[in-house]
Write a protein that binds this ligand. Structure first.
Ligand code: ADP
Ligand code: MG
Length: 345
C-alpha cells in the first residue's frame, strides 16, 4: 500500500529522518518504536503529509504522494489520525464528533455514526460532550472519528500514553481488535516496547532518524540486529566474550567457536536463564538479590569474575540471598565488536 524510498527530513542541521525505506501492506499493523527524539513523529508526519521530505519519495498504491517536487495534501491522502492529546472538538457532542468526517446523506451519516459507536463499545455516550467522558472513552471516540470516512490507513502517535497503565493495556487490545475488524492498515508510533510488540504485525525499530531493524515482534525480540536494539526492545544481560583456543569463554562457561565472525559480546534475556541446584551442570553462581514483582521473581546472580546477571525465575521459586546455584543459559545471541548480530543459539 505504502512504499517509502530513502525518505529524509532535516530541521536546519538536525536530520530527524535519514534515508528511511520501507513498505506497508494492506491491512498491516506497524509499530514505529524508538526512544524519545529519534524521529518517530517526524516519520509519521511525513506519511500523513504534514511534512514534505527534503529527499526521497513516498508512494501510495504505486503513485507518488510525497517527494521534493510532488506533494499530495494531507486531506487528499484520506488517512485517519489519532494523537496523544484527546483532540475531540470540545463544543460538539460525541455523535457530532464522529459524524464530522462522514460523507453521504443524513440517514447514511446517522447509520455510520451508530455503527462506529457500537464498534468502539460506546453507543450510550452519543449525546455526551467530550469533557463529560473519561480519557479512555475520549480516545475510543477519537478512533471512531478517524474511522468515520472509511480510510485505508490509520496513523496514531502515542495514542495511549496519557492513560494510566491498566486502561492503556485494555484500550490497546480493544483498539487493535476494532481496527482489525474494520480492515484498515495502522501505523502506531510509540516509545513503549511492550506496546509495540503486542500491537503490531511488524515493528520498525528506529534510532537517531534511521530504521535499525524491521521485522515481526518475535524476530525483533529474539534476534535484535544490534546490541543497542537488544537493550531497547527488552531486558538483556551483556557478557564479554574471550577466545580461548578453539572455544569461546564467557562467565556462563565455554562454547564452541562460531564460523560467522569474532564475537565480542554475548546477550542473554533474563527469562532465558535456568537456575538449578548447585551440583547440576552449568556455572556456579550466588544469589545477590531477590525481588518479587508479581509474575516473576527477579534475581541478581553473581557469576565468577564478579559478573552480575539478571534472571527471571518463577514467582514460586524459593531462592534466597546467599544461595549457591547452577546457572544455565538456554538461548544466547552473539555480537561482534561493532555490536552487530553474528549468531543466535
Ligand atoms: P520522536 O517522535 O521520536 O520523539 P520527533 O520526530 O518528534 O521524535 O523529533 C525528532 C527530532 O527532530 C528531535 O530532535 C526534535 O527535537 C526535532 N524536531 C522535531 N520537530 C521539529 C521542528 N518542527 N523543528 C525543529 N526540530 C524539530
Ligand atoms: Mg513523538
Amino acid at each position: 500500500m505504502i512504499r517509502s524510498d530513502s525518505l529524509r527530513k532535516a530541521y536546519h542541521t538536525l536530520e530527524a529522518v535519514r534515508n528511511v525505506s520501507f513498505e506497508v501492506q494492506d491491512h498491516e499493523f506497524i509499530a514505529i518504536l524508538g526512544p524519545s527524539g529519534c524521529g518517530k513523529s517526524t516519520l509519521l508526519r511525513l506519511i500523513a503529509g504534514l511534512e514534505q521530505p527534503d529527499s526521497g519519495t513516498l508512494q501510495l498504491h504505486g503513485k507518488d504522494i510525497s517527494s521534493p517536487r510532488h506533494f499530495l495534501a494531507p486531506e487528499h491522502r484520506r488517512f485517519g489520525m489519532v494523537f496523544q492529546d484527546f483532540a475531540l472538538f470540545p463544543h460538539m457532542s460525541v455523535a457530532a464528533n464522529v459524524a464530522y468526517g462522514v460523507n453521504g446523506s443524513r440517514s447514511e451519516k446517522q447509520a455510520r455514526v451508530r455503527e462506529l459507536l457500537e464498534l468502539v463499545g460506546l453507543p450510550h455516550l452519543a449525546e455526551k460532550m467530550p469533557h463529560a467522558i473519561s480519557g479512555g472513552e475520549q480516545q475510543r471516540i477519537a478512533v471512531a472519528r478517524a474511522l468515520a470516512p472509511r480510510p485505508q490507513l490509520i496513523l496514531m502517535d502515542e495514542p495511549f500514553s496519557n492513560l494510566d497503565y491498566q486502561l492503556r493495556v485494555q484500550l490497546r487490545r480493544d483498539i487493535r481488535r476494532i481496527l482489525k475488524q474494520e480492515g484498515v492498515a495502522a501505523i502506531l508510533v510509540t516509545h513503549d516496547q511492550t506496546e509495540a510488540i503486542t500491537f503490531s504485525d511488524r515493528v520498525f525499530l528506529m534510532q537517531s532518524g534511521t530504521l535499525v531493524q524491521t521485522g515481526n515482534p518475535e524476530e525483533v525480540y529474539r534476534f535484535p540486529r544490534t546490541l543497542w536494539a537488544a537493550g531497547f526492545v527488552g531486558e538483556a544481560n551483556f557478557l564479554p566474550v574471550q577466545k580461548a583456543g578453539d572455544q569461546l569463554e564467557t562467565a556462563l562457561g565455554a562454547t564452541p567457536r562460531i564460523s560467522t565472525g569474532t564475537p565480542k559480546t554475548l546477550m542473554v534475556r533474563p527469562e532465558e536463564i535456568r537456575l538449578e541446584p548447585p551440583d547440576s551442570a552449568g556455572v556456579v553462581g550466588v544469589v545477590q538479590d531477590v525481588e518479587f514483582s508479581g509474575p516473576v521473581k527477579v534475581l541478581e546472580v553473581e557469576l565468577p569474575g564478579e559478573v552480575l546477571l539478571s534472571v527471571h525465575a518463577s514467582p514460586q521459586s524459593q531462592w534466597s540471598v546467599g544461595d549457591s546455584l547452577s546457572v544455565i543459559a538456554e538461548r544466547t545471541v552473539m555480537y561482534d565488536s561493532e555490536g552487530r548480530l553474528l549468531e543466535a543459539s
